[in-house]
Each structure stands twice: as structure tokens, then as C-alpha cells.
Ligand binder design. Structure first.
Ligand SMILES: [Zn+2]
Length: 177
């Protein structure tokens, strides 16, 4: 699949012009899809388009960039690319006898900084994510419910204590010391 260089300047999609001061972008893939792209000349074309978690325009993937993602993450299946991080920068390429700037996915997987997990206010351990909640969501949820941000073990203990007190006293206890 070839990318017409004109598409590289389609303002609806990520392009070399999206990159400020030559600074590479670190982006997280939300999903990749085959979509109809309307070029600046009004011509419709089917392209593979990559959407990102970050607030940037989607990027049309040419074969070079798709091969790069395949190589980086060792899978050619676009469904597997969801959630993966890529580093996007500018490279000068020759197209139709001209030198143009194009977006290239870099050869390295961007280093993701380890995020500090919120700490449990009872035991001091890191609050871990649950199956359907991030660690931050667990912290907010327990803060709202118990008045303290808690790890799931401490939250479970408090919940049990509350139930026991409930049973013996027949009233809703605060559960927070
Ligand atoms: Zn705890």
C-alpha cells in the first residue's frame, strides 16, 4: 500500500506539521482500522488509520510504519497493537522527485516511566489495580467510601468489620476509626 505524499499534508490526520520543534511524539495506540480517507484533492481512498489515546489527530499508516509496529511488538495483527506505545518523528523522504517530510515510527519502543501507585493509608502498601479499575480508581473509590484511600485488602477488612458491627448493633457503622 502506497501513501500518496499529498496525504501527508491532509490536515485531518497527523502529519509532519503536527510535530513541533522536531520533538518526537510518544503515543499510545487506541485502535487501528481500515478507513475511507478523503484526500485534500477530494479523492477517496482506503487507508489504514491509527487512532491514539492522546489528544492528537489519527495517523495514516503506510506500509513502512506498519512494518515497524509489527517489528517492535512482534505481531502483524492490528488488534494486538491496541495499548502499545510508539514514538513518532519526522524523516525526510524522497517522493515524486521531491524531498518531503514524513512521519516515521522510530525503531525503539518508548520507555514508559514507572508510574507511582497511590499508597494505602492504613498499611502503607501500594494500591494495586483491580480487574476493572485502575489503582487511581481504587484510591478514589475507597476514599469516597471509607474516607481513606485503601488497598483492596484493607478495604475488604473494613467492609467485613462494618458488616459485623452492623450485624451486632443493627445499625450502620462508620467503619473508620
Ligand atoms: Zn492497605
Amino acid at each position: 500500500m502506497a501513501t500518496h505524499w499529498k496525504k501527508l499534508t491532509n490536515p485531518n490526520y497527523l502529519g509532519a506539521y503536527s510535530i513541533e520543534n522536531g520533538q518526537d511524539l510518544i503515543l499510545t495506540i487506541k485502535y487501528v482500522n481500515e478507513e475511507t480517507v478523503i484526500g485534500t484533492d477530494g479523492k477517496k481512498d482506503n487507508c489504514v488509520v491509527c487512532h491514539f489515546v492522546e489528544n492528537v489527530k489519527p495517523m495514516i499508516l503506510n506500509s513502512t510504519n506498519m512494518k515497524m509496529i509489527t517489528k517492535l511488538y512482534k505481531t502483524p495483527y492490528i488488534e494486538d497493537w491496541t495499548g502499545k506505545k510508539i514514538q513518532v518523528g519526522i524523516e525526510k523522504i524522497k517522493a515524486f522527485g521531491e524531498v518531503v517530510e514524513a512521519l516515521r515510527i522510530r525503531k525503539t519502543i518508548p520507555q514508559i516511566q514507572a508510574k507511582e501507585l497511590p499508597k494505602c493509608e492504613i498499611c502503607g502498601n501500594d494500591i494495586q489495580p483491580l480487574s476493572n479499575m485502575t489503582a487511581e480508581q481504587v484510591a478514589v473509590y475507597t476514599k469516597n467510601k471509607y474516607g481513606k484511600q485503601l488497598c483492596s485488602a484493607c478495604a475488604t477488612k473494613l467492609a467485613q468489620k462494618a458488616t459485623e458491627q452492623n450485624d451486632s448493633e443493627g445499625e450502620i457503622s462508620n467503619a473508620v476509626d
